[in-house]
Design a protein around this ligand. Structure first.
Ligand code: ATP
Ligand code: MG
Length: 511
């Protein structure tokens, strides 16, 4: 029997990296203030904090993507100043970014080896790269054909490719910025095992996640950031997830889900019959009622996202859709929006926001008609709308004059919600509403979804987080391999029943 080494974090492990007094200013806004941090060999050091607290910015400084405005980084005791990410890699520091940064038109294998292609003599060794890529992904608990073009992969698959790519670079410190936000439980477990393995080899790991139980499971030490400042570093053994939440948010987060009255049976708003999204969803049928929150559960790849995309006209689809008693057929997302059906994509980068445009443009883009006066856009009204959105949705940014891509990940999600609500939709479909959202903001978003239902809007929530679905939905439909295979409500809304439907395996009956 092999005994996995006890958590190796200990104050006697050698220090790999010391950061002291790091600050970072963008324009006139100081987003990191006087941060000091140590990474030791063989420890998993988690960095937690609310959306916008500065976690990614700090990691990008350590990995050479940003220069600190003040402060010093030492490696093995010697001061360093990175000219860029490659320089940091040469010092053994690698970063798995929070956002997916792959070349969409290249294959999985090409992406994994981009810039460091394997060669046989003078030629590129495609064969070796293919099998290397396949193995790297298997090691992470996945299977992806290395010849697949990346743009055809799901977000979870892209994340695995991105992690595989980084882990192939020789490293002493690996930084994971929210690696599991879009992974399945199985993939998450596989990744945590990989992390334990590299820790056992003496690598230092910096680990960012909003999933606090996961932090509790993997971390040896936890450092908390709040508003760009370091609140404290603790032994993970000393903290429960609830303590972490309190340190991050600065208050108790006792109750995550809002109280909801059992919805009375009200009129059908959206009726779907024999609906098909070729290749992804077959024979779907369901009814969404006024003021209802309807969940869609299922494993990643079950076809939930594609079904929603088909409904709102983002994908070719056929079948019967009746909205308020009238048959409709949406061939593009503008027509569904116009009819009052809004869709919030799970992939904010690909389909949601224009990352190189400012917040104002992003907010009003889909509802520009409201802001036209005469022949011109009324900038003042747009500006007022932005101020209101920042307030209503608590979008945290030092200045509103930044690009959407410069918002922290969680705040991008809030901007998307605000953008969608500018359209005053009757039906709101939200795919993974809280991916990458901190626990305090989750509470806000759940309240917000419940309030939408109270106002008489009808909501569909697609989520891979079962507690979230159970916590906020009136009813949950479960999909498996493209079909709706069951429905749970009331006392049947349990993880156990949902998992059984989603996997087709009766866990209780297993020997
Ligand atoms: N290039 C930039 N220009 C201006 N401001 C920036 C830039 N990059 C980040 N910021 C700001 O710095 C602050 C910290 O952002 P950061 O992305 O580090 O947060 P985070 O802790 O990673 O949040 P999340 O949990 O949402 O990912 C935010 O207010 C963000 O808007
Ligand atoms: Mg971040």
């Amino acid at each position: 029997m092999t005994v996995s080494p006890a958590p190796v974090h200990s104050s006697i492990n050698p220090r790999l990296l010391d950061a002291s007094g790091l600050s970072k200013t963008f324009g006139i806004i100081e987003v990191l203030k006087d941060i000091s941090l140590t990474v030791r060999a063989g420890e998993v050091h988690a960095i937690i904090g609310e959306n916008g607290a500065g976690k990614s910015t700090l990691m990008k400084i350590l990995a050479g993507n940003h220069q600190p405005t003040r402060g010093e980084i030492r490696i093995d005791g010697a001061p360093v100043s990175f000219s860029g990410p490659v320089d940091a890699e040469n010092h053994g520091i690698v970063l798995v970014h929070q956002e997916i940064l792959l070349a969409p038109d290249l294959t999985v294998a090409q992406n994994i080896y981009l810039g460091r292609e394997l060669r046989k003599g003078l030629t590129v060794d495609d064969q070796a790269m293919r099998s290397g890529a396949r193995q790297a992904i298997v090691d992470l608990g996945g299977y992806i054909d290395p010849d697949t073009i990346v743009s055809r992969l799901s977000i979870a698959q892209r994340q695995l490719v991105q992690i595989a790519r980084v882990l192939l670079v020789p490293h002493r410190i690996v930084i994971f910025d929210e690696p599991t936000a879009s992974l399945t439980p199985h993939e998450t477990e596989a990744l945590l095992k990989v992390i334990r393995d590299i820790r056992a080899k003496g690598v230092g790991v910096l680990y960012i996640s909003h999933r606090l139980p996961e932090v509790k499971e993997i971390a040896d030490r936890v450092t908390v950031l709040r508003d760009g400042r370091l609140v404290g570093s603790h032994d993970a053994a000393e903290l429960q997830p609830a303590d972490m939440a309190r340190l991050m948010v600065g208050r108790d987060v006792a109750k995550l889900y809002p109280d909801r009255h059992a919805a009375e049976v009200r009129q059908a708003v959206l009726e779907v019959e024999r609906f098909e999204v070729p290749g992804f969803a077959l024979d779907a049928a369901f009814t969404l009622r006024k003021g209802e929150i309807l969940g869609f559960a299922g494993l990643i790849g079950a076809g939930r996202t594609e079904l929603m995309e088909g409904l709102v006209g983002l994908r070719p689809a056929k079948g019967k859709v009746v909205l308020n008693g009238h048959p409709v057929s949406f061939t593009d997302v503008h027509s569904s929006l116009k009819a009052g059906v809004a869709y919030l994509s799970e992939d904010r980068k690909g389909k949601g926001l224009l990352l190189t445009k400012d917040l104002r443009v992003n907010l009003t883009l889909a509802s520009l008609g409201k802001f036209i006066r005469g022949l011109q856009i009324d900038r003042k009204r747009e500006g007022d709308a932005l101020d209101k959105a920042i307030k209503d949705f608590d979008i945290r940014t030092g200045t509103k004059n930044i690009l959407a891509g410069q918002l922290s990940g969680g705040n991008q999600q809030k901007l998307l919600l605000a953008k969608m609500m500018m359209l005053d939709p009757q039906v709101v479909i939200i795919d993974e509403p809280t991916r990458g959202i901190d626990i305090g903001n989750k509470e806000q978003i759940y309240k917000f979804i419940a309030a939408l239902a109270e106002e008489g809007r009808s909501i569909i929530v697609v989520s891979s987080e079962m507690p979230e679905l159970i916590g906020i939905c009136d009813r949950i439909l479960v999909m498996r391999t493209g079909r709706i295979v069951g429905e749970v409500q009331g006392e049947h809304m349990t993880e156990n029943e949902i998992v059984q439907l989603a996997t087709g395996v009766n866990a209780g009956a297993a020997a």
